[in-house]
Design a protein. Structure first.
Length: 88
């Protein structure tokens, strides 16, 4: 798959329809644990959106994705919130 193919697939995703996990206010490592529980309950290929306020979650989610092979498709910081989209 070329880079432009990946960009087209990413642009075509319906980010707002992702299954949402609200981990705001949870300290490390709780956002990561909440995400892992939700991933086990989702169907393969399903999109998951995690919202966290723990600054350490940035490194945690990137590391989890790299080590587990679970794709971290998108991450954003919006004020004091961290948003992550992963594919089950």
């Amino acid at each position: 798959m070329t880079g432009s193919d990946k960009q087209a697939m990413t642009a075509a995703r319906d980010w707002d329809s992702a299954y949402r996990v609200d981990a705001r206010g949870l300290p490390c490592p709780q956002p990561l644990l909440a995400m892992r529980r939700a991933l086990r309950q989702r169907s393969p290929g399903e999109l998951l959106h995690v919202i966290a306020t723990d600054p350490g979650s940035e490194a945690d989610f990137a590391s989890f994705s790299r080590l587990s092979g679970v794709p971290l498709l998108r991450s954003e910081r919006r004020g004091d919130e961290y948003h992550y989209w992963l594919q089950a």
